[in-house]
Design a protein around this ligand. Sequence first.
Ligand code: AHR
Length: 511
Amino acid sequence: MKGTLLWASAAAVAAVVAVASETTSFAAKAAPVAEAKAMKYSPMIFGHFLEHFDTQVYGGIFEPGSPLSDGDGFRKDVIEALREIKCPIVRWPGGCFVSDYHWKYGVGPEREPMWNKAWAVEDPNTFGTDEYVKWCRKVGCEPYICTNAGTGDEEEMSDWVEYCNLSVGKWGRTRKANGYEKPHDVLYWSVGNENWGRHEIGAKTVEQWGPLVRESAKMMRGTDRRIKLFAAATPDERWTLPLLHAAGYLLDYVSVHGYYVWGNSNPYLTCMMRTQRPEADILRTIGILEKAGFGGGKIGIAFDEWNLRGWYHPGLGQYKRGAVMDYAARRQNDVASIYTMADALFAACFLNTCLRHCDIVKMANFSPAVNTRGAIFAHPKGIVKRTSYHVFWMYTHLLEPNVVPVSLDCGELSDGKAKVPVLDAALTVSDDGRRRVLAVVNKSPDNAVSLDVSSLTPAASLRATVLDGDSPDAYNDIGAENRVVPRQATLAATGGKVSLAPHSLHCIMLE
Ligand code: AHR
């Protein structure tokens, strides 16, 4: 197979990179030099999400009494792992959880346990807003609160802003009385979560949604004009266009979600066939923003829940008589063997997609951060960094801060039903244009791909960090924590071609 990757450097030099493997051949193309502008991307695309239920909070990040926890009951190993990947922001508390969560029960000395109807669990409320913000500050990330627009109203949402960010008013004073003299300064706020869906408690109609967002936004901004506002949206213009017409002028981001396979047994190739779907969601959302007059980055996209795999929780959203929440089945989310190289490579392709659309995609939140489908599995004796964790490490440590356009023309990978390009890439460049790093995924389970980089660099050997593992189905587990970890490599550029290992992510230093 032979193909071509077209790109242009920050120095506005068009170049051609040929891709070769065994079976097909492709013509080369050239990218216009004029389009080769470097653009700074938002590090917020490396964010995470934490749903306040199950083992994500209790027994995940918060485990008072554990020898692994600090004096606040926060798991130190989890904090350290999130610091290591420079986690920039964590969205909380939902998710569906927030659609009937009342934050006022989760602050102050008297905590009242509450029944959460979305997840059909009792929440002890020992972890609430103050603990969440304190935890974020220890992680070194920004807090991002998603409000209850299901059973909550404009008043409850804006009271929450007041509690966090003011020192006057009933709720500002309440925070001080609770021992937090200084404001929490929470700057990111979303109106609602997936209120378009009938699975959601307090789901709204199209006609209800725009006015509710507008009135909530007015009251939240009326409380603190610094805040950045998001609203639950979807790449469907029947929902998002009326929302933007009614409330777009008050929004900084539309919030969209994406999960791309369901169930716990999706073969590697099936997962790879989904790697282009996030881009389709982004392009549809961009089209809606443009149609509503908010294109060109006036409103950004926050992909504030995303993962390859939808969470496994039979019963969620089923309110029919007799339908049961299968709590035991939920534990299957933590079966280690589910989270393989497919997860890592899908994550890398997703992040590459955000990088390529960095003018509009300003935030993304891996769903969730800890346990369930998260990048980190926390158990009573320690943590396991799942394969996707290492992608975040590579991207937050190795990439340069600007993106330059990269057009990839390569062979295709097929599962017999669908096909996708075998490679996925994003090219980043330093501010001074001197250092360039190519993040490139080879999705092929078995075949190395020979990538011609001669037009990018004259070097005969290149430093790279590689994540591949010994098999496409390789995973990390308790007792086998380091089966899939990044490795250093020196790639020989023989005749200008480097070999990309099967099922791999390479971050190649092109300097
Ligand atoms: O499965 C997790 C749920 O997925 C989140 O609560 C919700 O926002 C999404 O539908």
